[in-house]
Design a protein around this ligand. Sequence first.
Ligand code: ATP
Ligand code: MG
Ligand code: MG
Ligand code: MG
Length: 470
Amino acid sequence: MPTGAELRDKFLKFFSGHDHLILPSASLVLKDDPSLLLVVAGMVPFKPYFLGKAQPPHPRVTTSQKCLRTQDLEAVGRTARHHTFFEMLGNFSFGDYFKKEAIAWAWEYLTREMGLSPKDLWITVYRDDQEAADIWHDSIGVPRERIVPLGKETNFWEAGPVGPCGPCSEILIDLGPERGCGSPDCGVDCECDRYLELWNLVFMEFNRDEEGNFTELPRQNIDTGMGLERIASVVQGVPNNFETDLLFPLIKEVSAIAGISYRADPKSDVALKVIADHARAVAFLIGDGVLPSNEGRGYVLRRILRRAVRYGRLVGITGAFFSRITGRVISLYGDHYRELAERSDYIQKIVALEEERFVGTLEQGLQILEEYLEKFEKTGEKSLPGGVAFRLYDTFGFPLELTQEILAERGLSVDMDGFRSSMEKQRQKARAAWLETAPINSFGVCTAYRCSKTDFQGYASLSTSSQIQA
Ligand code: ATP
Ligand code: MG
Ligand code: MG
Ligand code: MG
């Protein structure tokens, strides 16, 4: 059975055999692209080529790109297929080949190289893209009833609010009714895991500008993306991404520390999966130079790390443990992603430090929350006062989303107006204290929760943090 690393290689070699230049993954952090916090897809590093603003090293390129999607954070461990950090395999044409070749190679790769049965594969196309539907039917031979036209939400691809985009066609595999939600409406556009979306082929023809106008790109391009973990789960015959060799060693490590077994209970399985997922995200983010902070990418990192630590508590882990899992990430991925191996000590120090800071206050914060939850049970109140959520954030290091999530588990929420006004008051105080010297440790990280420097920026950005799309 091929390993994840072999599948990554195989993909790149297949496209290299079709004259694609193999490029290494770009960093998760692209400093020249202010429209995105982090790389969310394989095409992101190539935007300048699609836009005709820079010359690609070769008209055809293939990569396995590190990606991070915070919009999928809450799906992690609850679906079989979503991660925050994942690897996206892709082949790209910069004004070279177009639909016909992209479709033919994707089909050949899945059915011949990966050995998937054509009768299990389903195709979606953008509803106005008759050309793509015809290629799938006429040149590939997919029956019309398995080519499904869909709307913009799923079949028009955009990396962000601005940039290159276009209609797309996706390849899904039917994993059988036992993997589905059972609804009579379950089909290729269902959110459940039966029809697993493997590969998205984007026919990149347009650019969307700040005003939302679409203009044609100088040339027609191809951008495709297939999740390595998803194809691995299918080829390795396991029921979810977490049981592939790409993630299962991490699950094993967490379950050993927690002293519980995987598959003992669906609830603890979610926790094991979340921790495994988040450990990859954290190790790769720090490896790419992100440091925990209260704004931007640093906040994404902090939020993910602290969420993982709290999930550790849910499976009974009391001490600091997370750097053991990120250590395993480094040993699993360090051969291919050299930046992890080279910065191993640094990554581990940052993780240990950030976990230590949070572990010190997590218990107290949870206790405060618990008291409110007990009280609410008696009074029937549904909303935590904003000032309390703010104190948890400011004094106990609870990212707002973490508090919201803990409350949501019991059908409760945070009074956001109160939260914002507490934050505004604190922001004014922080502004006054702007020139205060913050304690900075040897890694250049402010070690105080009430770090006037980072908090000062943080309050401004946190108020929009729910809109932060990595
Ligand atoms: P889904 O509908 O399953 O959320 P998507 O349509 O959002 O996937 P795309 O934006 O089309 O995904 O990304 C291209 C490919 O990347 C997908 O077909 C899938 O194989 C993979 N992928 C996308 N999101 C994730 C994720 N959160 N974790 C793992 N793989 C992913
Ligand atoms: Mg998605
Ligand atoms: Mg989709
Ligand atoms: Mg898709």
